[in-house]
Every structure is written in C-alpha cells, then in structure tokens.
Design a protein around this ligand. Sequence first.
Ligand code: AMP
Length: 393
Amino acid sequence: MADAILVVNAGSSSIKFSLFVSRAGSLCMVIRGQIEGLFTNPRFVAKDDAGAVVSEKSWGDGTQLGHAGALDHLAGFIRGELAEHRLVGVGHRVVHGGLEYTQPVRVDARVVTELEKFVPLAPLHQPHNLTPIRLLLERQPGLAQVACFDTSFHRTNPEIAQRFAIPADLHDAGVRRYGFHGLSYEYIASVLPQHDARAAGGKTVVLHLGNGASMCALASGKSVASTMGFTAVDGLPMGTRCGAIDPGVILYLMDQRGMDARAIEKLIYNQSGLLGVSGISSDMRTLLASDDLRAKLAIDLYVYRIRRELGSLVAALGGLDAIVFTAGIGENSPEIRERVLNDAEWLGVKIDRHANADGGPRISAADSRVAAWAIPTNEELMIARHTQRLLRH
Ligand code: AMP
C-alpha cells in the first residue's frame, strides 16, 4: 500500500485541499479541490490531476455548513478515494509561525496552543488555518499533522531587514517585518538550480504575482528581504489590498473620516489594490481586457510599484543575476511580464519576446546579462514534501 499525504489550506470561507501519493520515490498530486462558500452557499468540487471533475456537491443557498461539516465531507471523500493508499499525514498551510517556527513542525495540542498566540498577528487567517488542525486532533488523534508557515522562509533575513524604525520595546514585542508567501519562494528556490545554476548560487528577485502579491530577494537561495512586512498587506498593490501606504494616511482616516480599525481593515484589505484603483475588478484578466482608462491606471500603478520595489530589492542584494515570475499573473500574463522586464532594462535585462509570449520558462534573450524566468510555483507540493520529511523522523 502506497503512502498518501493530504495538504489543507483553510481560509475563512473555504478549505482547499490536494492529495499527494508517493510514487517511485516522488510525490504526485492526484486530486485537488475545495469546499468554498462556507456559511453562505457551500460547494464542493474535486478534480483529478488532468483537471477533470471527479466529485462535486452543492448544499444550497443559506446552508450553515462550517469548517467542521466541510472537514467531515472531505474526510468521507478522501476515504473513498484512498482504497489503494494509506493516509500517513496531513500538512497544513499556516500563515504565521512568529519568530519561533523557522521550520515546519509536527503538531500536537501544545504546538496548537503556541500557534494560537500568533492570532493577533494575523487575525484574518491564523484562526481559520488552525481550525482544521484542532478538529483533526480531536477526531483523529493518531493522524500525524504538520504545520508549514508562510513566514518561516524569511527568518534568514538579516536583523536590519526585519526592523521598523520604532522604539525598541515594540520591536522586542514582535512588531517587525516577518514576510509572507514563504512556501512559494521556498519552492522556487528549490527548483531554481535546475533552471539557472548561476542564479541559484547568486542574486535573484522572485515576483509572486497572484491575488496576493509580493517580491522576495534571494541570495544563494535564502531570503534576505521581501516586500511584505508585519502583515500581508504591505508592499505591492494586490487584487484588493493596497500594499505600502504612508502610515499617516491611516491616522488621517481615523481623525478626519472617523474610521475605526475594522473599517480601515476593510478598506486596505478588501476595497483597495487593483479593485480600488480601477473601480472595476480585482482580476488582472478583466483589467487587461478592458478599454476603461481606470483599468489602465490600475495596471500602470501595479507595474510602477513593481518597478520601484525591484530597485529596492536589488539594492538590498547589491546586484542581480535573475528575475523569476510566478503565481497567477506572473505565470500567465506575458503582457505584465513584458512591461516589468522593459522597466528593468537598466538592470541589464533583455527580454526574449517570443519566449515570453510562449510562456518560457526562460524569457530573457541569450545575450541578456540578467536572466528572466517564468516558473510555476507549487506551495502544495512544498507542504507535502515537508510533511513527508517530518513524518520520517
Ligand atoms: P493566484 O492568486 O495565484 O491564483 O492568481 C490570481 C490572479 O492571476 C488573478 O488576478 C488573475 O486574474 C490572474 N491571472 C490568471 N491567469 C491570468 C492570465 N492568463 N492573464 C493575466 N492574469 C491572469
């Protein structure tokens, strides 16, 4: 019987999952899916590795299906799928590991209590990430669980890169730059040697451009700086998040607009970014297809902010050997990649337009001093690998 690993990414209204099996020494994703619309309009769908739907179910509008009910459905589905496999563990994506968790960890009740301490640092994600862990600990205490953190990969940042210029007692209390999307960057760092040995041993900036977006500076495959900070709202403009904003704006909103923390949270997390600037959509595909000048402005600002942050990360690295694009926009939008690379010409990047239009992976010209790549990320596989490794010990 071959081993299987379930990877779970639980959010406030959805649980995403992927099932990996061990084949000839490597992990292969066989099924992925999600239950979304929890508490409102729950829908389950699971697809095989070719993208064909293997199971789906809708509960109907207004059904109060929460995380526990969703997990029950998922467990039943997985049991049915696992006839020839043995589920050896579950790997969870957990947004925050604080300073303590610099590596994934095998979870028990004590670890969950520790991880709950980080809820104030990531109140929108951490509680939902921990819910299925707690439920599974209660229901299947014998099932091994591993937590993998979005922050861990950035703990190699030099102390100075993690610091805000605020009084030391606040820094010591944890108000510092953590960085996120670490599992994505770790995956890219793990495959970079296959593509570009010079970049893997040198200076690379990775652009994770999805609904959430950030950039990370890698020196010899280790994170030395990133655009996200204390929270995942910092840095680049995103689908609905504003990215870096003068902290004085927040004070102004409180003093002059009477906005409280929740109203500001909604503004900077859900109503800003591409959606806020365009007033049309948070989806890059919709904006690229639109003739509306506000869509153009949102894209222009997005590309401009990438240009600025790229300069900043190259300064932190003290040079540049390669640029890597990944995630939804980075992997799929030749237009955005071309604009970013044209803006980076001064750094020694020369685009290969045909390769870029074809999706790469190498998208820079043969004589480009700095290489450019489009490489799909795989955070789920990274979690499955960590889970498998930890279960062996
Ligand atoms: P992710 O969060 O990684 O799934 O990325 C979601 C983002 O990728 C959304 O803004 C999508 O519009 C964008 N995206 C996906 N496919 C494309 C595409 N072909 N062209 C432009 N943007 C895309």
